[in-house]
Ligand binder design. Structure first.
Ligand code: UD2
Length: 301
């Protein structure tokens, strides 16, 4: 997309900042972020930064004024934190999102939201299609599901152009911190020569999708005619955690032992996207295999 005014909430975070990188050369980009986990160093100089909270109506009003498209990535991303403090995560993940949708109505802006595979909970069937039963196992998942449903409803009730993207396990540069995913944890362990810690037997599987593919899905969602819909964003390939540990150990040349810890309480056994709807309706296809994504992470240090 070009020559648009766009807002990226959570634009200084892991996924948001990559999206800003893709948008800023050709568009007027605004970022709304609290910089709690986001980082100013990720942002190019020529973006407008609103240092504020997505729960704050004044900040949201300022950030959304006159925008054509809102990419909503601000969230409390920790699933376990949502279990410990459901109301707190609800405020940011759901109430604030509703505030943003209302603001989008005022501006008649398209809204692309970051939803999650967490909406499905333990799947009945693999791969998981968008029509699968939604049965979240955490407050985080309930919040993302409600957001996902609200975006559909805003299209139905008010004709707002909305798209929900249900991310599977996203990885890539800038993913770090206490709530980052297994790939960044394993890479750190392998680099430090510390044991690579598999939780459980390692036979659980995930669909790992590189952040640059996730960005391409967002750009497709920004222009598609197929609005009011939710789309899985994954590769369609599942990898076991044990395979992942070995791939990372090989790619880093590490001599870290692979060790097993107790399984994570409530862990989902298998997760993998049926990507046919996104392919059909968004023209979205992933480009980065897990092997090459990991190799480039290793190269970049
Ligand atoms: C992902 C999302 C989460 C939510 C959820 C929905 C990430 C970072 N999180 O959680 O936001 O959408 O999917 O289902 O993408 N593991 C180990 N050793 C470690 C760390 C993790 O074995 O040191 C295992 C863990 O037990 C799990 C798998 O790796 O089986 C993936 O864990 P994760 O935290 O990266 O992501 P997940 O799928 O729990």
């Amino acid at each position: 997309i070009r020559d648009r005014t766009v807002l990226v909430t959570g634009g200084a975070g892991f996924i948001g900042s990559h999206l800003v990188d893709a948008l800023h050369p050709h568009n007027e980009v605004r970022v709304l972020d609290t910089f709690t986990t986001g980082d100013r160093d990720y942002l190019p100089e020529d973006v407008t930064v609103i240092d504020g909270d997505v729960r704050d109506p004044i900040a949201v009003q300022e950030a959304a004024r006159g925008v054509d498209i809102i990419f909503h990535h601000a969230a409390l991303v920790s699933v376990s934190q949502s279990v410990d403090a459901p109301r707190q995560s609800n405020e940011t993940n759901l109430e604030a999102s509703l505030l943003l949708l209302e603001q989008a109505r005022q501006e008649d802006a398209r809204v692309v939201v970051a939803s999650s595979a967490a909406v499905y909970g333990h799947p009945d069937e693999l791969p998981i299609s968008e029509t699968a039963r939604t049965n979240p196992t955490s407050p985080y998942g309930v919040q993302k599901l409600a957001l996902d449903q609200y975006t559909r409803l805003y299209e139905e009730l008010y004709g707002l152009e909305t798209v929900a993207l249900r991310y599977f396990n996203v990885y890539g540069p800038r993913q770090q911190g206490p709530y980052s995913g297994v790939i960044s944890t394993f890479l750190e362990q392998a680099r430090a020569g510390e044991p690579i810690t598999i939780e459980g037997d390692g036979q659980q599987s995930r669909d790992f999708v590189h952040v640059s593919d996730v960005i391409r899905a967002n750009l497709r969602a920004a222009t598609t005619d197929a609005v009011g819909e939710a789309y899985n964003v994954g590769t369609g390939q599942r990898t076991t955690i044990e395979e992942l540990a070995e791939t990372i150990r090989d790619a880093t040349g590490s001599s870290s032992p692979i060790v097993h810890r107790k399984p994570r309480a409530g862990d989902i056994r298998h997760s993998g996207a049926d990507t046919s709807k996104a392919t059909r309706e968004l023209g979205f296809e992933t480009r980065i295999s897990l092997e090459s994504g990991i190799r480039s992470l290793v190269r970049e240090g």
